[in-house]
Design a protein around this ligand. Structure first.
Ligand code: ZN
Length: 450
């Protein structure tokens, strides 16, 4: 059986040979891809009842995987626009302390719908602010992801190192360690689905070296490993963090994490901007992943990630938009372009190709989430997460290489976005939730926290 057939598109498979087909097909049955190749679909495919899409003028890529985000921050965009990370956080922590499940529902729905519009089919979320009277804010993100229809890897974040104990966040924004560990175990049992084809997997994510105690880092790692779920945190984002670690722990951020048993192939780190050669070698040796967030790093003036060196060393790298409060655009296809530009601004025109950057946003992200066997490439047997971009319209028409049109050109309209075989975006409009209602919800959420 075939439920959807895309015909006549340029296909970027990201398979083992990185095959591309100038005019190819993708056949889907339910939530799985059944055939990908050059030319039209094989004659033996049963097309009775199938939706056949004439995809001429389009480029098909694996759905993009977003490896770092804070959905709730959609409600606090446009604040502290000229600050460093620590200045920005200090201004925003008290605002974030006012969020509740209604604010998070509005922010997350808009953030997820926009991610879909920018080619994302799987996203993580790092939620680490849990106000005492905020209700079920994590549950609000899960409900929003189900409504929008994205594959979702939320992480139960946490902060337990308040200002009075030497941390950066105000004391009212942190929780105690027992509450955090109990709530994290609850989140895993309530939401985590380990089955193949899962639409929702939970991770564990203490926030950063300057907002979390070493005790919580160790306990969180052991809890995650007991439950077979993945670990995530922020690391090596700024010079200020380097100085904090030197002062408080007498070592670099990577050495600190190493001492806590946090360097391993079930861990991925957001940012990894300030890494020396020894740190990169250690990440590579342990298989620890990096979620590269180029726009956020640039917006906060944090620095330029050594992407080419990470890749040369064999460190797993994915891309992330980061929270919308430090990347108001929050476009995942935009990050593919930004990663190329930042790498080349630092390391010359060979530092990162458009195709390699697209690979980071697809297969690279899938690997960080432990899902490379299921998503990240267009191959028979994989889950039907597909982005179909129109590149024959006004902004891209005539660009020689469709991949260059997609990565280096203006963001093309999304002709179709399939997640698990279901339509989420069609002709650049989200189909699962109403975009005007999502915008109204985002405005209400922003007004509520201000
Ligand atoms: Zn972040």
């Amino acid at each position: 059986m075939t439920s959807v057939l895309l015909n006549g598109c340029y296909v970027v498979t990201m398979d083992g040979d990185r095959a591309e087909h100038g005019s190819g097909h993708i056949a889907i049955d339910g939530n799985k891809i059944t055939s990908v190749g050059p030319g039209p679909a094989p004659a033996e495919l049963d097309l009775a009842g199938a939706r056949v899409v004439d995809a001429a003028g389009c480029i098909a890529t694996p759905g993009l995987v977003n490896t770092h985000h804070h959905l709730y921050q959609w409600a606090t965009r446009g604040m502290a626009v000229d600050s460093t990370l620590f200045g920005w956080l200090t201004e925003l922590y008290p605002v974030w302390a006012r969020i509740d499940e209604q604010v998070v529902a509005g922010a997350a729905t808009a953030a997820l719908a926009w991610l879909a519009r920018t080619g994302c089919t799987t996203t993580t979320d790092h939620h680490y602010v849990f106000p005492r009277r905020g209700g079920d804010v994590l549950g609000a993100t899960v409900a929003a992801a189900r409504a929008v229809g994205l594959r979702f890897h939320p992480t139960r974040g946490s902060m337990d190192l308040g200002r009075s104990a030497g941390g950066l966040p105000p004391d009212e924004a942190v929780e105690d360690i027992d509450t955090i560990l109990a709530a994290t175990a609850d989140a895993i049992s309530a939401f985590h689905d380990p089955e193949p084809g899962s639409m929702l997997r939970v991770g564990v994510a203490p926030c950063s070296p300057f907002s979390v105690t070493g005790e919580l880092m160790r306990a969180a790692a052991s809890l995650a490993r007991d439950h077979g779920v993945r670990l995530h945190t922020h690391l090596a984002e700024t010079v200020d963090e380097d100085e904090f670690c030197a002062r408080r722990f007498g070592c670099t951020p990577v050495e600190y994490l190493d001492s806590l048993d946090w360097l391993a192939d079930d861990v991925w780190l957001a940012h990894g901007v300030h890494l020396d050669d020894a740190a990169i070698a250690r990440l590579a040796a342990t298989g620890t992943g990096v979620a590269h967030c180029p726009s956020s790093n640039a917006r906060l003036g944090a620095g330029i990630c050594r992407t080419a060196d990470l890749l040369a060393a064999g460190v797993p790298v994915g891309l992330g938009v980061d929270g919308a409060a430090s990347n108001e655009e929050s476009s995942l296809i935009g990050e593919v372009r930004q990663a190329v530009l930042m790498a080349r601004a630092a390391g010359g025109p060979q530092a990162l190709s458009g195709r390699r950057s697209l690979e980071l946003a697809t297969l690279g992200g899938a690997r960080l989430l432990g899902r490379a066997d299921e998503i990240g490439s267009l191959e028979a047997g994989k889950l039907a997460d597909v982005a179909l971009w129109r590149v024959d319209g006004f902004p891209q028409a005539g660009v020689t290489d469709p991949v260059a049109a997609l990565v280096l050109g203006a963001r093309p309209p999304l002709e179709l976005l399939l997640v698990n075989g279901s339509v989420v975006v069609e002709r650049d409009v989200v189909q699962t939730v109403d975009e005007r209602a999502a915008a109204a919800g985002a405005r209400a959420a922003a007004a509520a926290v201000r």
